[in-house]
Design a protein around this ligand. Structure first.
Ligand code: FES
Ligand SMILES: [Fe+2]
Length: 344
């Protein structure tokens, strides 16, 4: 399976890396050392010393340099060798480095052609910037499944009616036909339900838990695995503004072809100062993702083994429309990148 390389990928939540901190993480099949200097700047280097390929992540971070733990070569944030205890410093001693941008409380990394690394193409996660202490929660979940299976899971939210019946389900997503549309290099999918049963986590917060609601649920998929999910509901007939609204990010960064770094967050637009509700929402979502989504999708990957799902012609249902469109777009972009690389 190919990876799209000319994209910004989420490498970590920014607070995973305090000043002086380091993180050894594999992205797109490449082991990286991501580290933050004392002054807050972040560097991302190939996690291998040019001398004997010892992982630099086993070395010693020292202010704004890192020293290989094996024979003492020292490197700066940009990967330049700044000290060689055994002889002269040459260009052969430099380590490949990758651009990093800190934005939306996330560290974004560019592993493609450095000349094309334009931060303006980072997806807009405005709701993360707008979140306050008790209006949002976030998490990270390593998952032993390929990124496409995880993206399928968000592109078809009818699974919530079966996998999360007591929290995020309720039946409305199954009874509502999704509208799918291609918007530039993204796929947008939307479920608009009228006079329906609310999902259980919303029902408990409605003025009358038994009363029907109108609900809106949408996902905007980006080819770098960043998905923006909006979910809200209001008592039937009332304006959206008077209901419950939330913006969520579900982000799937490939680690390898069959493993994924899953970053998620929930940003409520209601009861934004309610610390107890925030804690309950965080725990509920974590439980749903870790105990329900993760085991199912990892088991799905085990059944597939190294095979790509769409190569073995799975049965398709109407609920798969967004996933099919996203996979098709992804394949087209991969082919474009391969063609561009071939002409360079
Ligand atoms: S392996 Fe790093 S200095 Fe030798
Ligand atoms: Fe789920």
């Amino acid at each position: 399976m190919g990876f799209l390389r000319q994209k910004w990928y989420v490498a970590a939540w920014a607070d995973e890396l305090p000043a002086g901190g380091r993180l050894a993480r594999t992205l797109l099949g490449e082991p990286l050392l991501i580290w933050r200097a004392g002054d807050g700047r972040v560097g991302a280097l190939a996690d291998r010393c040019p001398h004997r390929y010892a992982p630099l992540s086993l070395g010693r971070c020292d202010g704004d340099t890192i020293t290989c733990g094996y024979h003492g070569l020292r490197f700066d944030l940009a990967g330049a060798c700044v000290e060689n205890p055994h002889g002269p410093i040459t260009a052969a001693l430099n380590v490949p480095s990758f651009p990093v941008v800190e934005r939306h409380r996330v560290l974004w990394i560019w592993m493609g052609d450095p000349d094309r690394a334009d931060p303006a193409t980072i997806p807009d996660l405005w709701f993360v910037d707008a979140a306050t202490e008790h209006s949002w929660s976030k998490g990270y979940m390593h998952t032993a499944a390929g990124h496409k299976l995880l993206e399928d899971n968000i592109l078809d939210l009818s699974h919530a009616d079966y996998l999360h019946p007591d929290t995020l389900g309720g039946g409305a997503l199954t009874r509502t036909r999704a509208r799918v549309e291609e918007r530039g290099e993204t796929i947008f999918v939307e479920w608009l339900a009228v006079n329906e049963r609310p999902m259980p986590v919303f029902a408990a917060l409605m003025p009358s838990p038994e009363a029907p609601v109108d609900s809106w649920t949408s996902v905007l998929w980006h080819p770098n695995g960043v998905m923006v999910l909006r979910a809200g509901a209001t008592p039937t007939g009332m304006a959206w503004e008077s209901g419950l609204d939330s913006w969520n990010a579900h982000i799937m960064t490939p680690e390898t072809a069959t493993t994924t770094h899953y970053f998620y967050c929930n940003c409520r637009q209601y009861r934004t100062d309610d610390a107890a509700l925030n804690a309950a929402m965080a725990a509920g979502l974590r439980a749903a993702f870790e105990r329900e989504d993760k085991p199912m999708i990892e088991a799905q990957q085990r059944r597939l083994g190294a095979r790509e799902l769409f190569d073995i012609r799975p049965a398709l249902l109407p609920i798969d429309t967004a996933s099919v469109r996203a996979r098709r777009l992804f394949d087209r972009l991969c082919a474009d990148e391969a063609a561009a690389a071939g002409t360079n």
